[in-house]
Ligand binder design. Structure first.
Ligand SMILES: *[C@@H]1O[C@H](CO)[C@@H](O)[C@H](O)[C@H]1NC(C)=O
Length: 343
């Protein structure tokens, strides 16, 4: 009981440090008692518990190094985006990179991309300058995949929720758990990873997907339960031509799109806000959804992405990534394998 008490008191102190007196905080942050307090307060905030003192000491060292990296990155001041001490602050980037937990896109080199592309004749010049599908009611609140590598299900569901809303007028939150439990006879393997295109194939074959409220998310592999799948149906899916941000823009102007990215870099791990720019890998390991695009007042074009790491990650659970970069693969490989359901 005493420990819980202390933790919540420290959470308040931690908050004060973050909200005020930046200079004082910067000087204090790196002395040991303050850093211990920040770790404790962070543990309370994210409900983190360690099995013993040794694990806690080891995780504290990682936390301290991550905080130093985040503060140095932000202090450099020449970035278009900034980082924050989020739920991944006590794991190393190697751990973040190699575990499928919180990600789970299964790269498949032998995969054949579909050839149909219904937006091929859309006039590029006629596209709106800004798109945000949230403003059109086509995006459900940000979800949290937790410790389960089924980003592919969240990404496919976000795009499906979008097209269903646009075709039927109704926004329904759909069940990722049905994909995790039931889409197990092909490439997709629940918390062990999967592909958005295979999720679309399953949804078509399954006669649709049920509502989130009828099949709640558990963040673990479970037994497939049958139920009504009529909440949302799709008739097909198409792949956006690879490595072409202009074609991707034609689709995103018309509907939310599933996008695979390399979500393994430290800048992805700790992204807190702004437009992600600079170098990033292209080893696709994470699925998200492009739900819009736009341009900042300083002229930086961006994609607006919905992630599935909860609303406390990034910009209330969303992320902006630089658009139209020199590398045709796009920022973090976002233009390599985008796809969308059709109806
Ligand atoms: C685009 O235009 C070409 C030429 O008119 C046509 O052959 C093709 O079917 C069109 N594509 C779509 C998806 O409508």
């Amino acid at each position: 009981m005493a420990i819980v008490h202390k933790a919540s008191l420290l959470a308040i102190i931690g908050c004060l440090c973050l909200c005020g007196a930046a200079i004082a905080a910067r000087e204090l942050n790196h002395d040991l008692p303050t850093m211990v307090a920040r770790h404790e307060s962070w543990m309370a905030q994210y409900g983190r518990m360690y099995k013993d003192a040794a694990e806690k000491a080891q995780r504290f060292e990682v936390f301290k190094a991550n905080v130093a990296f985040i503060e140095a990155f932000n202090a450099a001041g020449d970035n278009k985006f900034w980082l924050g001490v989020n739920q991944f602050a006590d794991i190393t980037n190697d751990e973040f990179r190699t575990t499928k937990t919180n990600k789970g896109y299964k790269a498949n080199p032998v995969r054949v991309r579909s050839t149909g592309f219904r937006y091929e004749n859309v006039s590029f010049d006629a596209l709106p300058a800004t798109v945000d599908w949230r403003a059109k009611g086509a995006v459900t609140p940000v979800k949290d995949q937790g410790q389960c590598g089924c980003c592919w299900a969240f990404s496919a569901v976000a795009a499906t929720e979008g097209i269903v809303k646009l075709k039927t007028g109704t926004l329904v939150s759909l069940a990722e758990q049905e994909l995790v439990d039931c889409d197990v006879h092909g490439e997709d393997q629940g918390c062990e990873g999967g592909l958005m295109d295979d999720a679309f194939k399953f949804i078509i074959k399954n006669g649709g997907l049920t509502k989130e409220s009828s099949y709640p998310y558990t963040a673990s592999d479970g037994k497939c339960k049958s139920g009504s799948n009529s909440a949302a149906t799709i008739t097909g899916y198409e792949d956006v031509p690879a490595n072409n941000e202009a074609d991707l823009m034609k689709v995103v102007a018309n509907q939310p799109v599933s996008v695979a990215v390399d979500g393994g870099d430290m800048t992805f791990q700790f992204y807190s806000g702004g437009v992600m720019t600079g170098s990033c890998g292209t080893d696709l390991d994470h699925g998200i959804a492009a739900i819009g695009y736009g341009k900042t007042s300083d002229g930086t074009s961006y994609w607006l992405m919905k992630n599935s790491w909860g609303a406390s990650w990034g910009e209330d659970g969303y992320l902006r990534m630089e658009k139209d970069i020199a590398d045709k693969k796009g920022m973090c490989g976002l233009a390599m394998e985008p796809s969308y359901p059709t109806k």
